[in-house]
Design a binder for this molecule. Structure first.
Ligand SMILES: [Zn+2]
Length: 403
């Protein structure tokens, strides 16, 4: 078996593939990995590497020096492309003042007024920060344009980003009702369903709807999701964030790839999700101060739980995905193993890339992060510290602070 990339010296190779090693994370002690043209071709004990893999003379060789090695992290819920600054609104909220500015609409105003190049530059800076934390794939939603032209423009900007971090695109025209439709929200639902969605084509892989009190009703969301399904888009739903509306059950009934937020989800919602394949994406950074999503109830019902930053300028301005995992442990009572699966394997499932990324196994992408720590638990234990020592994407070293 030929290899043009070899990783050795992994004290703990965390494959996130239980069949390959110990425990729920499939850990191989003193592990090694080989890849060919960006794809993993071999994982195992380093002692077996030489006998099974023929390493090309010019292969990239990475020595993990005894550290833990994880799959490249996956952030499966971000609002990556936006302009504007809502720090004053954040500060006002902390002072207990009612919303001084217009929330999402403020970002819509600023984003519409910013040109493509500047929007791309802002998004690229955010991708640099994601990469610095060991993230190698992010999902990115539109939703700050809210006209057909502007929503297409935001998706095109996301599609044009040239960066080592892969960007998976989601159409979120149904984020909020834009001011132009204050008197006619149904008219906006029609525009999204009959105007925008049929025009998306290859610009997005998924369609998301914020179905909640103050956003779109269950009936409106159903119209939009039907249109999305007819166009072959995968389904995602922002659900049960500000109130319990039945959005989670709606998502499950549509076979959504993910249902996100769930702060007000009930036992009944967990049951509906438990009999679906829908992944629950929990966003602890967006609900600091509570209430928190019922992660243990969801896991108890067999729901796969992913964790994400929810990077956005209003409620969660952070690209620090390991911190989201730490918050998942502290606030949602996840175990370290559950939190790590939440930013790797289950996050990959939440963007329909279950086999391709989020795990280190034959056939998966050679995306990995060498930690500056001996144990993967440090990712949630030593919270706030950046432990991404070496970041590899597609078999190339693309970032990291160094071991
Ligand atoms: Zn969101």
């Amino acid at each position: 078996m030929k290899a043009d990339f070899v990783l050795t010296g992994a004290g703990r190779l965390v494959t996130c593939e239980p069949g390959l090693g110990e425990g729920p994370l499939g850990v191989i002690e003193r592990g090694a990995l080989a890849a060919w043209r960006g794809e993993v071709v071999w994982v195992g004990r380093e002692a077996d590497l030489a006998g099974e893999v023929e390493v090309a003379p010019d292969a990239v060789e990475v020595d993990a020096r005894g550290s833990a090695v994880l799959p490249g992290l996956v952030d499966c819920h971000t609002h990556l492309v936006f302009a504007g600054d809502r720090a004053p609104e954040f500060a006002a909220r902390l002072r207990g003042e009612p919303r001084a500015t217009g929330g999402v609409r403020e970002t819509v105003r600023a984003t519409r007024a910013t040109g493509d190049e500047d929007l791309a530059a802002l998004a690229l800076e955010r991708l640099d920060r994601f990469l610095s934390w060991g993230v190698t794939t992010v999902e990115a939603k539109s939703g700050y344009g809210l006209t057909l032209e502007q929503e297409r423009r935001l998706l095109s900007v996301a599609a044009g980003l040239r960066h080592p971090v892969d960007v998976v695109r989601t159409f979120l025209g149904a984020h909020v009702v834009p001011p132009e439709y204050d008197d006619d929200p149904e008219g906006y639902v029609t525009l999204v369903s009959e105007g925008m969605i049929p025009s998306i084509g290859q610009l997005a892989e998924f369609c998301d709807v914020w179905c909640d009190e103050g956003a779109f009703s269950v009936d409106q969301a159903r119209r939009i999701l039907r249109a999305a399904r007819a166009e072959g888009l995968g389904i995602k739903v922002h659900a049960e964030q500000t109130a319990r509306t039945g959005a989670a059950a709606l998502a499950a009934s549509f076979g959504a790839v993910s249902v996100d937020h769930l702060e007000h989800a009930t036992e009944e919602d967990a049951e509906a999700l438990g009999i679906s394949r829908t992944v629950a994406v929990l966003l602890p950074g967006a609900s600091l101060g509570g209430p928190y999503a019922p992660a243990r109830t969801l896991i108890g019902r067999g729901v796969r739980v992913a964790l994400s930053t929810d990077l956005n300028p209003g409620t969660s301005y952070s690209e620090n995905l390991p911190l989201s995992a730490a918050l998942g442990c502290a606030l949602l009572r996840l175990t370290a193993e559950e939190a790590i699966l939440g930013i790797t394997r289950h996050a990959a499932a939440a963007i329909a890339r279950e086999r391709a990324i989020g795990r280190l196994a034959r056939g998966a992408a050679c995306d990995l992060v060498v930690l500056g720590a001996a144990s993967e638990v440090d990712l949630v234990y030593h919270y706030g510290a950046n432990l991404a020592a070496i970041v590899v994407k597609g078999g190339r070293v693309v970032g990291g602070a160094g071991p």
